[in-house]
Design a protein around this ligand. Structure first.
Ligand code: CP
Ligand code: NVA
Length: 298
């Protein structure tokens, strides 16, 4: 049984295989003959808000012949305290696969273990594997293989998206620089677990020089709203804007996983100047997740 629970648990070969299939999904959208989810129902269980992940999985499951069933955690008994392992065992007897967005990574792992159906992490506090796979597809389309490139992540270097980037760096052989205030740099234990070339610094200029990709994410992730004021104060100065872009390579990509907060992690002008790349990233969620769905049922 295959799951997509994290980038950490994927091998480089599996990532390459998913990316290759994502390119096929994109090229053949609307006229591919395969229907790997034919006759299947997939539960999409979301404990947090979502636009891209929800829409891309609903469309993706349908395009592969399956039926998506969206379940907001607040509307099912899980939201009233039914244990994850009981919810999982019910799902496992009724549906063929699950896409789960929640808080603790351990909850997605527990769900997969008890449901015994292919399970996909649609974002936890610790990882956002589907996002990073779509980002890698986007980089591949525009710059070729990520290997040997320099990716600079600017902002909350301790968030889920940054963590998934850290695990991807070692597996795919690119240099990852994280520009963040000390308080928002990744945990040393996580860096050690991941290996690879990851440089953490609060020197934004040093991190940006010669970068192939500048990447950012929101300063206040879902679930961290109570820390908003502290985060906005500490992260002020770690914005992607025109002066930061000038330090990177001439044709560097500016990427954002979305949703974007203009005037915070990125300024309006830089966002709009790079909208083509940023919305390609968003579109690629659909193609890469179709490849993930086909992979987990193969
Ligand atoms: N990037 C991303 O996962 O967006 P949503 O929260 O809208 O799904
Ligand atoms: N780090 C963000 C990603 C949103 C897609 C969050 O968890 O809210």
């Amino acid at each position: 049984m295959k799951h997509l629970l994290s980038i950490e648990k994927l091998s480089a070969v599996e990532i390459e295989r998913i990316l290759a299939d994502a390119a096929v999904m994109k090229r053949e959208r609307g006229h591919h003959a395969f229907q790997p989810l034919k006759g299947q129902t997939w539960a999409l269980i979301f404990s947090k808000s979502s636009t891209r992940t929800r829409v891309s999985f609903e469309v993706g499951v349908s395009e592969l012949g399956g039926r998506p069933m969206f379940l907001s955690a607040g509307d099912i008994q899980m939201g009233r305290g039914e244990p994850i392992k009981d919810t999982a065992r019910v799902m496992g007897r009724m549906v063929h696969g699950a896409v789960f967005r929640t808080f603790a990574q351990a909850d997605v792992e527990e769900f997969a273990a008890y449901a015994k159906i292919p399970t996909i992490n649609a974002l936890t506090d610790e990882e956002h594997p589907c996002q990073i796979l779509a980002d890698l597809q986007t980089i591949h389309e525009k710059l070729g293989s990520a290997a040997g490139k320099v990716v600079t992540f600017i902002g909350d270097g301790a968030c889920n998206v940054a963590s998934s980037w850290i695990f991807a760096a070692a597996k795919l052989g690119f240099e990852l620089r994280i520009a963040a205030p000390k308080k928002f740099q990744p945990d040393a234990k996580l860096l050690k677990r991941a290996g690879g070339k990851v440089i953490c610094t609060d020197d934004l200029k040093a991190a940006t020089g010669d970068a192939d990709v500048l990447y950012t994410d929101v300063w206040v992730s879902m679930g961290k709203e109570a820390e908003s004021a502290d985060r906005l104060a500490a992260l002020n100065g770690f914005q992607i804007n025109q002066s930061v872009v000038k330090l990177a390579k001439k044709n560097a990509l500016v990427m954002h996983c979305l949703p974007a907060y203009r005037g915070k992690e990125i300024d309006e002008k830089t966002f709009e100047a790079n909208a083509a790349t940023i919305f390609d990233q968003a579109e690629n969620r659909l193609h890469v997740q179709k490849a993930v769905l086909r992979w987990v049922v193969s």
